[in-house]
Design a protein around this ligand. Structure first.
Ligand SMILES: Cc1cc2nc3c(=O)[nH]c(=O)nc-3n(C[C@H](O)[C@H](O)[C@H](O)COP(=O)(O)O)c2cc1C
Length: 324
């Protein structure tokens, strides 16, 4: 399958693995890239330019296919060394960057000069248009279904994707709720040129996370995610657990008075305990509604090959069949 996204990133299949905190290590990115998709290392999980440079080098030892790095711009007090991280990406020879969070305008000139393609993850049409106007090469349109931060507009992909198609000139991939060949074909029908998956890639053999995380995703239904931190306008879709229910109770009690400090125990620094140690009640961790569509733990190659083969069957068989 050839789309503007496969052409832009030099990949075989139009499937991207979104950056994921404490999941997007070199092992994850290399497995996706070796399977013909675009694997992504999560820059902020490494934190420093030195560690990121090392992770990029490790990934290059595991694959000779293109892979990317995610740079998430968060409003934090102790901002990471973004210029240093940008330099590590460029010096490491990486040719694809997924940006997310705040406007990436400040880093675009460096990437443009180095021939790095930038795909910005957006949760609305207006942010997608902004990304296009500042010179991003592509966008990843992240619907309300998504694991992680869906924004505050709550527009699901059935509406968001065709709206993006109506407005954008640059290519985009569908993100949020994507799991299988049906997701890919539906996304293409709505104007996307590929898809981005987060949660689905965690439940794979190669994902470098504790088995408990993979089992939790397989066991969960589409009803098992919750939206937290809405009162802080920093909404995150997470898998429910004891800590999340405790956090939601605090939100109900404190209402508009809620401050980040009130929920620090449930959200700060919990990722290593969950992803590495498998302590599934340690706090809130991002997970998409798509968990309801995930019932196995394949290799990345089995997953991607299966999606591409079935997508062809759907297009040539089921869809073409309706035209008689
Ligand atoms: C555990 C987890 C951690 C994530 N961490 C990040 C992150 O650090 N930066 C980012 O841009 N997106 C992050 N995301 C969002 C994903 O890149 C992707 O946009 C999202 O998972 C798509 O929705 P899906 O889970 O329904 O596939 C994370 C998602 C998950 C599930």
């Amino acid at each position: 399958m050839k789309t503007r996204i496969t052409e832009m990133f030099g990949i075989e299949h139009p499937i991207i693995q979104g950056g994921m905190h404490y999941v997007g290590f070199a092992e994850m990115a290399a497995a996706v890239s070796n399977a013909g998709g675009l694997g992504i290392i999560t820059g902020l999980t490494q934190g420093t330019p030195e560690k990121l440079a090392n992770e990029i080098a490790r990934c290059k030892d595991m694959t000779d296919k293109p892979f990317g790095v995610n740079l998430t711009f968060l409003p934090t007090v102790n901002a990471p060394d973004y210029p240093g991280l940008v330099k590590a990406i460029i010096d490491g020879g990486v040719k694809a960057v997924e940006t997310a969070g705040n406007n990436p305008a400040q880093v675009l000139p460096y990437f443009k000069d180095a021939g790095v393609k930038v795909i910005h993850k957006c949760t609305s049409v207006r942010h997608s248009l902004k990304a296009q106007s500042i010179g991003c090469d592509a966008v990843s349109v992240d619907g309300f279904e998504c694991g992680g931060h869906p924004g505050e507009d709550d527009i699901p992909n059935m509406i968001l994707l065709p709206r993006a198609a109506d407005e954008l000139d640059i290519p985009f991939v569908a993100s949020g709720g994507m799991a299988d060949a049906r997701s890919l074909v539906a996304s293409l029908a709505m104007g996307a040129e590929g898809m981005n998956m987060g949660t689905r890639f965690i439940a794979t053999q190669e994902a470098p996370v504790h088995e408990n995380v993979k089992k939790a995703i397989v066991a969960a239904s589409e009803l098992d995610t919750r939206l937290v931190m809405r009162p802080l306008r920093n909404t995150e879709r997470v898998m429910t657990n004891d800590a999340v229910e405790r956090l939601l109770e605090k939100e109900r009690k404190l209402g508009d008075d809620l401050k980040f400090e009130d929920i620090i125990e449930e959200v700060a620094g919990v990722y290593p305990r969950i992803m590495t140690e498998g302590d599934m009640d340690a706090g809130a961790w991002s997970c998409g509604m798509v968990a309801g569509l995930i019932s196995d733990i394949p290799t990345c190659k089995e997953l991607i090959d299966g999606i591409m083969a079935e997508a062809e069957e759907i297009i040539r068989g089921r869809l073409a069949g309706f035209l008689n």
